[in-house]
Design a protein around this ligand. Structure first.
Ligand code: GLA
Length: 431
């Protein structure tokens, strides 16, 4: 084939790999109301925590003033229970007037003025899961246009109160309708979660063409049990799920609950580490006004975020399940680097796990290691045994550089030395 034809063909085939709105080439990051604030609409008795414009503005202030935005946490996402029980006289969804007196458009402006983005929630069906007006097939176009008119940047389309046939029609239709508005709107589909999350019922190729991210599985709750259940489901089914993820198309194991009530600091590191291995969206659902410094520093860990946001966008896998209760996860990163997570399912005491990079299938060479949560750096040959001490329900997470070849002859030549250093480089963002 002629070279230019080949390039053209590849451009075409590439464009079918992901929803073609150019958004979310790395997993989206931000804040989402649901897990922490649910459907609290009692603004009279609980003004600080009820689903109202004040809550979203408070969180926007925190994202922009407490160092979150610069790290990539830019979405502020409204979930269920924002709307009025009735559509307006033109059949458009409208926010509850008491709780959102300024309206959604003004709230979007508030976000945009601060370099943030606004997300909103709807439901493919007669009602949202919380019982608010849903988006039936005949309402898809008008609702997409309403969100675009409000200058919303992301839309989560839930699936309560619809059947499989309606979902099959509705999710692709909404994708088209959002694109047709001309406004780039990231599209989160809950579709797979409503049909079991796995092929053959879920067609991940099709999903990647119509959605930017999708909920595959159950709702997260504020407990370690819930996090563990999600981890197990995703990695037990990694053969089906891992290849589905890529730039513009992400599996969504649901929100980060770090900073809430259910996780210890070790468990919080585990959630952060494994969500980064999965290339999962990082939507926190917590109270950023009162978050502890321990939780904040886990969520703001630059190395973990750098791994999550790796430009190649290839999700990782569980590569070992040891009898000892230690599990090892690996994610390939750009420039031949990778990330490793040693996770302990034990419930007794820190476990000293011995391995070598060679045993973990790394190629021959010398590697630079950064321990993600301590910041310690080391050099490690593939053949050298190492020991990591992993706390119960905790992790040790490593960034592993590309291998530098160990042939010293090469180092004599200046150019080669430079090349070897480059091969073994550590991205600036991690230092
Ligand atoms: C479903 C979704 C949750 C949340 C609620 C809102 O359960 O999976 O993420 O949006 O509905 O009612």
């Amino acid at each position: 084939m002629h070279f230019s034809l080949l390039v053209f063909a590849c451009v075409l085939c590439g464009s079918t790999l992901a929803l073609n709105n150019g958004l979310m080439r790395t997993p989206p990051m931000g804040w989402l109301a649901w897990e922490r604030f649910r459907c609290d609409i009692d603004c009279q008795n609980d003004p600080k925590n009820c689903i109202s414009e004040n809550l979203f503005m408070d969180m926007a202030d925190r994202l922009s003033e407490d160092g979150w935005r610069e790290l990539g946490y830019v979405y502020i996402n409204i979930d269920d229970c924002w709307s009025s029980m009735e559509r307006d006289e033109n059949g458009r969804l409208q926010p509850d007037p008491k709780r959102f007196p300024g309206g959604i458009h003004k709230l979007a402006r508030y976000m945009h003025d601060r370099g943030l983005k606004l997300g909103i929630y709807g439901d493919m069906g007669t009602h949202t899961c919380g019982g608010y007006p849903g988006t039936t097939l005949d309402k898809i176009q008008i609702d997409a246009q309403t969100f675009a008119d409000w200058e919303v940047d992301m839309f989560k389309f839930d699936g309560c109160y619809s059947n499989a046939t309606e979902q099959e029609q509705g999710y692709p239709l909404m994708s088209k309708a959002l694109n047709a508005t001309g406004r780039p709107i990231g599209y989160s589909c809950s579709w797979p979660a409503y049909v079991g999350g796995l092929p053959p019922k879920v067609n991940y190729t099709q999903l990647g063409e119509i959605c930017n991210l999708w909920r595959n599985y159950d709702d997260i709750q504020d407990s370690w049990d819930s996090v563990l259940n999600i981890i197990d489901w995703f990695f037990d089914n990694q053969d089906a799920l891992q290849p589905a993820a890529g730039p513009g198309r992400w599996n969504d194991p649901d929100m980060l609950i770090i900073g809430d009530f259910g996780l210890s600091l070790d468990q919080s590191r585990s959630q952060m580490a494994l969500w980064s291995i999965m290339a999962a969206p990082l939507f926190m659902s917590n109270d950023l006004r009162t978050i502890s410094s321990g939780a904040q520093s886990i969520l703001q860990n630059k190395i973990a975020i750098g791994i999550n946001q790796d430009a190649m966008g290839m999700a990782g896998r569980r590569i070992l399940k040891e009898k000892s209760g230690i599990e090892v996860f690996w994610r390939p990163l750009s420039n031949n680097a990778s990330a490793l997570v040693f996770f302990s399912r034990r419930t007794d005491m820190p476990y000293r796990y011995t391995s070598s990079l060679r045993q973990l299938n790394f190629t021959t060479g010398s590697y630079k290691i950064i321990d993600v949560f301590t910041g310690k750096m080391a050099s490690l040959k593939d053949s050298t045994d190492f020991v990591v001490s992993v706390n119960p329900s905790g992790v040790v997470m490593w960034y592993v550089s590309a291998p530098a070849r160990m042939n010293l002859n090469h180092l004599r030549r200046g150019q080669e030395a430079h090349r070897v250093a480059e091969e073994n480089f550590i991205p600036y963002v991690f230092l």
